[in-house]
Structures are given as C-alpha cells and as structure tokens.
Ligand binder design. Structure first.
Ligand SMILES: C[S@@+](CC[C@H](N)C(=O)[O-])C[C@H]1O[C@@H](n2cnc3c(N)ncnc32)[C@H](O)[C@@H]1O
Length: 315
C-alpha cells in the first residue's frame, strides 16, 4: 500500500510492544487516518498514558497470548513494534543481561510469528521493527528472518539527543534532512530541587566508564527507561543551584528530547478515571519509547518521497 498525498485512507494497525502509542501519534500527525488501532502492551503506566491520549486504542495485553486475540487478521495494513532490547543492547555487553536471543529480547520471535501469520493473509502488509544497536551476528539474524536490511538512524538529526536505533521495514526510507541543530538548551524548562543530581549519584557517575557531562549547547545521551534511578552514563546537565553542580532532565524535558508534545505522558486514564502519572512512570515510558519525528519520517516515505542525508545502511 502506498498513500497518495492528500488521499484520505483508513488503515488498520497492529502495534506490538506499543508503549505509549507513539506510532498512533505519528500517523495522526502525518494525516494518515487510523481505523482500528490494536495495541499489545503490558506496562500499566504506558497503557494508561496511551488510553488517555487515544481512547480508541484496542488493548490486547501480553503479546504471548496473541493466538487468543479476537482481531480481524486479514484487515491489518501495518504491523510495527520495538521488541524489548535489554539482552541485545551494546550498553549491557559483558554483563548478565547480555544474552541476545536467549534473554528478554527473545520476544522478537513472537513478533516474527505474528508477522508471518499476517503475511500469509496479506502479503502486502507493511512492517516495521525497531531495536537498539547490537552485535552484528544478532542484527544479521534478524535481517535474515525479516528479509530486509535495517537502516540506522541517530535521533540527533531531529532532536537534542543521541539515540541510535535500527529500523527494519519493507519500504524505501529516504535519508532524513537535518533541518536545524537542536541542542539541550533549546528544550530546557523550569525545574525544582527534586531534579538535582545527588552527590552520591554524582560520585557514581564520575566513576562510570563514560562519565562526560552533557553541555547545554550540545546533544544529550540516550534517555533510558531507568533514568529515574539516576544511573551513570546518561544525560545530566549543568545546574548552578544543585550542590553537585548538575541535575537530571525533568519528565517534560525528556518528552522534548523525544520530540513528543509537551506533557504527553503527564496523565493517564484507568477504569475511566484520569490520574497523574508519577515522575518514575513518565521517565520509564519515555525512555522506552520512540522518537516521534523519526517514526513520522519513516512513515512519511509511504506517502511522499523525501531526500537528503542522515542515516546509513547497516553493513
Ligand atoms: C522498546 S519499548 C517500545 C515502546 C514503544 N515503541 C513506544 O514508543 O512507546 C518495548 C515495550 O514492550 C513492552 N513489553 C514487554 N514485554 C511485553 C509483552 N510480553 N507483551 C507486550 N508488551 C511487552 C514493554 O513494556 C515496553 O513498553
């Protein structure tokens, strides 16, 4: 399926490992009209944020139960997801999480089963898989299963953050043209002392293998789901009021580095009631998420051709 510009189309989407429905947001922003949006996700806050922003989302729950899902498989036009990455991640290399397909990342095979199930019914289905930078051997294995090579995109082309991710999809994606150089200074907001980096965490940070602080006139490091734990080797910015001299980004600033709308993760809905999401929940949801502008770019290539530079083909 290719969409003509300005054509009104209604697509059915199956979003696996949906997180906070960044895919829905991207499609909306592109003017691609969504008919059914089926979402598989298990994390409570993410589901709640997604339901607040998109009351139409059909929640399917755990991906492992996919054979029991009551959905019209023949109708799916797009299937997309970023399967859990912990055991693929270069950041975990050499530690107990470095298990590749044997660890949490084995959920890739459930994604694959579902994709093949849909392909048997609709050979034209468009698919997207996103994942972290990983060993070549694992990446090649995924490429051979999906029969496409990934493209590597660093979100820094559209945002104030480095976030290198692989994207496998079965349509041509043109390079992203860097519009302007967005730096951390462009996304900073008000903060309180709760965001100061404690001395204890600052010491741990200085001891870590990659402790360089981020400059306000530069890019941040990748925001990760455990940002609320103040781990080493992530984004801390100078802050003169803080005893350690640094602070972490607020949840709103983290949304901005992911190019999400301000306060996208502030509220959730559960059992019909609106509730405020905790900072921890917001950091986790955002750190697990996708960079909106990157996803928009990828899907915009189904609509109109683009050009420029910004990604490279995986070797
Ligand atoms: C890399 S994140 C994807 C986030 C999403 N693309 C977004 O933009 O928010 C992976 C997601 O898979 C979810 N997940 C983990 N195990 C799952 C399972 N068994 N079934 C469904 N989702 C699962 C996690 O909770 C997490 O939100």
């Amino acid at each position: 399926m290719e969409f003509a510009k300005n054509e009104i189309c209604q697509i059915n989407v199956l979003s696996l490992f949906d997180g906070i429905s960044t895919l829905h947001l991207a499609l909306d922003k592109l003017g691609i009209s969504v008919n059914n949006y089926y979402a598989s996700e298990i994390e409570r806050d993410s589901i709640s944020i997604s339901n607040y922003n998109f009351p139409n989302v059909i929640n399917l729950g755990d991906i492992n139960n996919w054979k029991e899902w009551d959905i019209d498989w023949d109708s799916i036009d797009v299937v997309a997801g970023g399967s859990p990455c912990q055991s693929f991640s270069i950041a975990n290399q050499g530690n107990r999480n470095d298990k590749g397909f044997e660890g949490k990342s084995k959920l890739f095979f459930v994604y694959l089963d579902i994709l093949n199930h849909i392909k048997d019914r609709n050979a034209e289905v468009k698919f997207l898989l996103e994942n972290v930078k990983m060993k070549k051997e694992w990446r090649d294995k995924i490429s051979s299963y999906l029969e496409v090579a990934p493209i590597l995109i660093d979100s820094e082309v559209v945002s104030a953050q480095h976030r290198e991710r692989y994207y496998w999809c079965n349509w041509n994606v043109e390079p992203i043209i860097k519009q302007k150089n967005v730096v951390l200074n462009n996304i900073v907001d008000n903060y309180t002392d709760r965001y100061f980096l404690s001395d204890k965490h600052h010491k741990a940070f200085m001891k870590s293998y990659n402790w360089k602080h981020c400059e306000l006139n530069g890019k941040g490091k990748t925001i990760i789901a455990s940002y609320f734990k103040q781990p080493p080797h992530t984004t801390y910015i100078p802050c003169k009021e803080s005893p350690s001299g640094f602070r972490r980004l607020t949840p709103l600033e983290c949304e901005r580095v992911m190019t999400l709308p301000d306060n996208y993760t502030k509220y959730g809905i559960k059992d019909g009631n609106v509730n405020e999401i905790s900072d921890t929940g917001r950091y986790r949801a955002v750190g697990n998420g996708w960079t909106l502008e990157v996803i928009k770019h990828i899907f915009s290539n189904l609509i109109i051709p683009n050009g420029g530079a910004g990604w490279k083909l995986a070797k």
